[in-house]
Design a protein around this ligand. Structure first.
Ligand SMILES: Cc1cc2nc3c(=O)[nH]c(=O)nc-3n(C[C@H](O)[C@H](O)[C@H](O)COP(=O)(O)OP(=O)(O)OC[C@H]3O[C@@H](n4cnc5c(N)ncnc54)[C@H](O)[C@@H]3O)c2cc1C
Length: 356
């Protein structure tokens, strides 16, 4: 008998897990409270990276996650990851040099570009420094389209995906035996909670504490333009990329701008910065802004595993979920279906003290 698995939430994490579980032979049902595709996911800047500021184990996980996107994109042709590379000069000179040195020491050097090389790569940029670094292995995807493509691929393997199907609480004393929905209880051998910022409340319904924060991030989306940018560009106070449909998406950093205060004014000021930075973007104008919340375990690192060792229950909650989804979805499916836990996950068990 195939294992019956409920996946709560259809963002990029739940969608990846659902596909990997279905591929592994599980009988999968995805329950999504709203529209399919996720909340944080649809508002994400969607940079796939192993960039600065990460301790080595987390860097290694992220680096592995990049490789997992290549594997997944080869398995599901509808997934379009753009391996455009990331051009970066958003740190003070000395910190940028230290970051490059650290990457070299970890065996993943990044390439130093001169001003001329930056302009060769991004000829429409103004205000370019004497040098920057290029992380060639970085990429970007369209997050909502990606989670929907993963769900479609899971459906093709027999998974059921239900939208407008909120889970009210987890069922079962001790072992989690399923979930309560508006239509009653659905039983399962395993329940996987990938509900983004709502994960904390769902786990609390089973008496489990997992502390999350949910920092907000605003992005400004320009009107569509012909191709002006070739890749991701991270400058101090302005991170930009151009989407497949031609919009330039901007935040003060990859996590978006802090939307406290006047969101419209903030988006307009980001759009001004874009127009000042990119030749050809003058007068383009802001089309819309998005503001999302990043599901972030209290210590800032992913939480993945069986909380409190509870049989029938598993969770994945993380920021940088776009970067990590291909890897975490596979790791979760493997652990649920075979019991094998990848060593890269060692630091990220949900029971670590910082989250209790
Ligand atoms: C502004 C911004 C910029 C970002 N930039 C990047 C970036 O550049 N690179 C990167 O890697 N990451 C980035 N992130 C983070 C990344 O987008 C998230 O980590 C990722 O999308 C999380 O995916 P998820 O599937 O866990 O959550 P979500 O996409 O939020 O999906 C969770 C789903 O669960 C559903 N749900 C919740 N409760 C229930 C319930 N009770 N019953 C049923 N369904 C439920 C929700 O409706 C939702 O659809 C960014 C995020 C933001 C907001």
């Amino acid at each position: 008998m195939p294992k019956r698995v409920i996946v709560i939430g259809s963002g990029i994490i739940g969608a990846s897990a659902a596909w990997h579980l279905a591929k592994g032979g599980a009988d999968v049902t995805v329950l999504e409270a709203g529209e399919t595709g996720g909340l944080a996911t649809r508002n994400s800047w969607a940079w796939i990276n192993a960039s600065w500021g990460n301790p080595e184990p987390y860097f290694r996980l992220r680096q592995h996650a990049i490789a997992e996107w290549h594997r997944l994109a080869a398995e599901i042709p509808a997934l379009a990851v753009n391996w455009c590379g990331g051009l970066i000069w958003d740190l003070p000179e000395a910190e940028l040099a230290a970051y490059a040195e650290q990457r070299r020491a970890w065996g993943h050097p990044i390439r130093r570009l001169t001003r001329a090389e930056i302009l060769q790569r991004e000829p429409n940029l103004r205000d370019v420094p004497e040098h920057a670094f290029l992380a060639e292995e970085e990429g970007v995807l369209e997050p909502l389209a990606t989670s929907q493509a993963l769900l479609a691929a899971a459906t093709a393997l027999g998974a059921e995906v239900l939208s407008g199907a909120p889970v009210k609480w987890l069922e079962g004393e001790g072992r989690v035996t399923g979930v309560m929905t508006n239509d009653g209880v659905i039983h399962a051998d395993e329940t996987l909670v990938t509900a983004g910022v709502h994960t904390e409340a769902l786990l609390a319904s089973a008496g489990i504490t997992l502390k999350l924060t949910a920092p907000a991030g605003l992005l400004a989306h320009s009107k569509p333009a012909p191709k002006l940018l070739n890749g991701l560009v991270m400058t101090p106070g302005l991170h930009i990329r151009q989407t497949a449909e031609g919009r330039i998406v901007a935040g003060t950093d990859f996590a978006g701008a802090d939307p406290e205060g006047d969101a419209e004014a903030l988006a307009a000021s980001l759009q001004h910065k874009v127009e000042a930075m990119v030749t050809g973007a003058e007068g383009l104008g802001l089309d819309f802004l998005t503001a999302g919340h990043r599901p972030t375990p209290a210590d800032g690192f992913p939480a993945i595993g069986r909380p409190r060792g509870r049989a029938g229950l598993y969770t994945i909650v993380t920021h940088s979920g776009v970067t990590l989804a291909a890897a975490l979805g596979r790791f979760a499916a493997e652990e649920l279906l075979t019991g094998r836990r990848d060593a890269l996950l060692d630091p990220y068990h949900p029971d670590r003290p910082a989250l209790s």
